[in-house]
Ligand binder design. Structure first.
Ligand SMILES: Cc1ncc(C[n+]2csc(CCOP(=O)(O)OP(=O)(O)O)c2C)c(N)n1
Ligand code: SF4
Ligand SMILES: [Mg+2]
Length: 468
């Protein structure tokens, strides 16, 4: 039986959902990865851009609508949820996704958050939680730890216990609740996809590092950990799990089946008619993604291997273009040019591996179903993590970064060759491994051309931040 993803017609590509507005986030900001995850989820669902709306408030994270090629509304600080609620009630045929930050959603918009959970309108709320007001230069937010003293406004910390978004969502009635880390982009894409499919109000908290005002959040990559339990369907069970939560547990906490709030909006002439329109319709059964991941072992066909190779090269091309844009925005032209060249090279690799698959029918694989974990990776081997960059990075750093990621590709193919039972896959994986080794050698030769950076290369007396 085909999976739900396979049944959905894949007519649009990732690029179709991406607008041509270049993000102005600080290089390394976790929001880049969240944007990727949202775009991957839209692609996977094959959403009709004309039937999709992304609504936001104000903040760095609230810039997402500008970067997606669907309908967008960059609203008022803290008011994204009421705007989105009105939109979904008036146009139930739309897929409505709301994006924002912890300040926007839990401070000024905290009241709307609780009531949106309670109301249970069918939409998805994605909060990029960096435990700080990034856009206004680093003040404490409701999710900031009480002893964080990084802001001059709160030199000894706020001394106030943080707001617990998952707990508030659960107790207020949200129908789907999850937490992810921006750096786990494919897992985040999977959760967003599932959240959109799940009826009712879905809430996804994404730990998304603010590298400028909370640089220590880069460590989330090592500190976050996957939940050891499957999601709960009983709210009290989910509540018990939250009592043991350290705030860094990733996964789906809860999937509920409450009735969705969708009043009849046919124009009415009497109060009785109006009242009767506000009934709760029959409960829709929650849909869930079909996962065949657990039952699939290794890579056991040439087609599957080629699908992985094409995705790996496309992700590399996308990552380098993205990095070049980031460096352009921050006027680091030398590194921007270097990344642009690398993107062109990766584009050629895409063409080369695509040519190898000519005449074959390659399987469609959802982003979270690629088998990168064969080599111990969560993401495609060449998908450069946005938190690995710095706006002051030098060509030496850029080439070193590229070497590190090409080496991951070498490791991936070596592991595929080692673990597959299929001789044709083994042969092709070994060939690809050799090609990747050659890329590493070429890059190493190139690295020798650049001087190693001097100490203090990343010091900046006036660090950039985005302006509203
Ligand atoms: C009514 C109003 N009050 C205050 C502000 C100033 N302001 C802009 S963004 C922001 C906080 C944003 O923090 P968060 O939502 O966490 O987003 P981040 O920038 O961290 O992604 C504030 C207080 C505003 N724009 N409007
Ligand atoms: S200040 Fe920079 S790093 Fe922090 S959230 Fe805003 S764009 Fe991201
Ligand atoms: Mg924030």
């Amino acid at each position: 039986m085909p999976t739900m993803q396979e049944e959905i017609k894949q007519e649009r590509s990732f690029q179709d959902y991406k607008s041509n507005v270049k993000p102005i986030w600080c290089p390394g900001c976790g929001d880049f990865a969240v944007l990727q995850a949202i775009l991957k989820a839209f692609t996977e669902l094959g959403l009709d851009p004309e039937k999709t709306a992304v609504v936001s408030g104000i903040g760095c994270s609230s810039r997402i609508p500008a970067y997606t090629n669907v309908y967008g509304f960059h609203g008022v600080h803290g008011r994204a949820l009421p705007i989105a609620t009105g939109l979904k009630i008036a146009r139930p045929d739309l897929t409505v996704v709301v994006t924002g930050g912890d300040g926007d959603g839990f401070s000024i918009g905290g009241n709307h958050f609780m009531h949106a959970c309670r109301r249970n309108v069918d939409m998805t709320y994605i909060v990029m939680d960096n435990q700080v007001y990034g856009m206004t230069k680093g003040q404490a937010s409701p999710t900031t730890a009480p002893d964080w003293s990084g802001s001059k406004l709160t030199p000894g910390g706020t001394g106030i216990n943080p707001f617990l978004p998952l707990g508030i969502a659960l107790s207020s009635g949200a129908n789907y609740i999850a937490r992810t880390f921006a750096g786990d982009t494919n897992f985040t894409a999977r959760v967003i996809t599932e959240a959109i499919l799940h009826p009712g109000f879905s809430f996804v908290q994404i730990l998304s590092p603010c590298v400028t005002y909370r640089p220590e959040q880069r460590e989330w990559r090592n500190l976050t950990h996957a939940s050891e339990t499957e999601y709960a369907t009983d709210p009290s069970e989910a509540g018990r799990r939250l009592l043991a939560d350290d705030g860094l547990t990733l996964g789906v906490l809860y999937k509920g089946s409450r009735a969705v709030f969708q009043p009849d909006i046919t124009p009415t002439s009497s109060v009785t008619d109006l009242d009767s329109g506000f009934h709760l319709p029959h409960q829709r059964q929650p849909q869930s993604l079909h996962h065949h991941r657990a039952t699939r072992k290794g890579i056991n066909s040439v087609e599957e291997l080629l699908a992985h190779s094409i995705d790996m090269e496309k992700e590399a091309q996308e990552a380098y273009n993205e990095l070049a844009d980031q460096m352009d925005v921050h006027n680091n032209q030398e590194v921007a040019e270097l990344f642009r060249k690398m993107a062109v090279i990766e584009g050629k690799h895409v063409d080369q591996v695509t040519a190898k698959g000519e005449g074959l029918t390659l399987p469609h694989i959802a982003p979270w179903e690629y088998r990168w974990e064969i080599a111990g990776f969560k993401e495609a081997p060449e998908a450069i993590s946005p938190t690995d960059t710095h706006y002051l990075m030098t060509p030496y750093h850029a080439v070193s970064l590229a070497i590190r990621y090409e080496q991951r590709a070498v490791d991936f193919y070596a592991k595929v060759a080692e673990s597959t039972a299929d001789p044709a896959v083994k042969k092709m994986a070994l060939e690809m491994c050799e090609e990747e080794k050659e890329h590493v050698s070429l890059l190493k030769a190139r690295l020798a051309r650049y001087p190693a950076p001097k100490e203090g290369w990343d010091e900046d007396m006036d660090p950039p931040t985005v302006q509203e």
